[in-house]
Design a protein around this ligand. Structure first.
Ligand code: F0G
Length: 351
């Protein structure tokens, strides 16, 4: 075995790069595909977690960003811009540093998790907090990239989805074929579209014998695709997917329909329960939005929408450390003791 080279080198012949494309990488991809014993037992399925929080900046966004930033450099860009609920901005900021580009990010004020804000700032991005929603931010960045010399690196940039499709390749490479079902959170709807692209590509050239049914999950207070209309004031504790008018809406519906899957809503309560289950029963610390995939699988099984015995992959999209505020608010307060082993023994109920 040899060291992982980052996803552009690993999947070069399946990506729109040439020998002269400057590869900007933090060695993203190659993330764990972890058997989930507890979720498998609860669902009667063979469930694996694709742990995308193990990427360099802690989310799946790095897969898209290595491509978007490499192509931006190839095309002569000096600056990049994105709208973000936090993870895209963290990733763009880091890859921009790597490439020597300046990076501007627009985020909805007060609606992004602390860790993500910290990442954008520490990597030196120009961060503007907009008094509006993610959807407002995205519209602004589209206008700015049209009118000024600054490249847009949101997932409306087609190179982003090209990079993100490699997660599907890794899953098939690890399992030997595609799973029966793939569960994934849906926000701006780029990632579900990218996975579907990857699965279809492997199926059409015979690397896989089939493609999975794609099951996407939106938060119930931010579920425009489920409801069939944009949501003006999306609300959810899962701030990463607090999006009312997804850019890749049509692509996500195509993934759903072509694969024989579904896009459903899960409540904040279900998301919080799945978050806790992953942390306390699987040892996997994800952020709230990521838990929507597992919440959705549990719901689909409870509703009888899926039979038992299936092989299922749930993408958990981001690292739990992104949102320490939520993690701490739900946990018991730590006990304080003096420098005294006996006091520790008492507190631990050992003595
Ligand atoms: N999970 C996490 C942790 C995310 O950050 C996002 C999107 C999603 C799921 C949904 O993926 O948008 O491709 O459907 N975050 C974007 C951002 C919007 O700005 O970081 P999607």
């Amino acid at each position: 075995t040899r060291a992982w080279r980052g996803l552009i080198e690993e999947y070069r012949d399946r990506l729109p790069v040439s020998t002269t494309t400057p590869v900007v990488t933090l060695l993203e991809g190659g993330t764990p595909l972890l058997p989930a014993r507890r979720v498998s037992a609860l669902t009667g399925c063979d469930v694996h977690l694709k742990v995308e929080g193990a990427n360099p900046t802690g989310s799946f966004k790095d897969r898209g960003m290595t491509m978007a930033i490499s192509k931006a450099v190839e095309e002569g860009a000096k600056a990049v811009i994105c709208a973000s609920t936090g993870n895209t901005s963290a990733s763009a900021a880091a890859y921009a540093v790597r490439a020597g580009l300046t990076c501007a990010v627009l985020v909805p004020r007060g609606k992004i998790a602390m860790g993500k804000l910290a990442q954008a700032l520490v990597h030196g991005a120009r961060l503007l907090q907009v008094e509006g929603s993610f959807d407002d931010c995205l519209e602004m960045t589209r206008k700015l990239s049209e009118n000024y010399p600054i490249a847009l690196v949101n997932s409306v940039n087609p190179y982003r989805l090209q990079g993100q499709k490699t997660a599907a390749f890794e899953i098939v490479d690890a399992l030997g074929d595609a799973p029966d079902v793939h569960c994934i959170p849906v926000g701006n709807a780029g990632n579900i579209s990218a996975y579907w692209m990857g699965y279809r590509e492997y199926e059409s050239d015979g690397t896989a014998t089939r493609a999975p049914r794609m099951f996407g999950f939106q938060a119930s207070g931010a579920a425009p695709i489920v409801g069939g209309a944009p949501v003006t004031h999306p609300q959810t504790i899962a701030t990463a997917i607090r999006i009312g008018n997804p850019a890749s809406w049509g692509l996500a519906e195509a993934a759903r329909d072509e694969s024989g899957g579904d896009i459903q809503a899960v409540t904040d309560r279900q998301i919080a329960a799945a978050y806790k289950l992953l942390a306390q029963e699987e040892g996997v610390f994800v952020e709230l939005a990521s838990a929507a995939s597992v919440a959705g699988l549990l719901q689909a099984r409870e509703q009888g929408a899926l039979p038992s015995g299936l092989r299922v992959v749930c993408t958990v999209t981001g690292n739990g450390l992104k949102d320490p505020d939520w993690a701490i608010s739900g946990a018991p307060s730590p006990v304080t003791i003096p420098i005294d082993a006996h006091a520790a023994a008492v507190a631990l109920e050992l003595a």
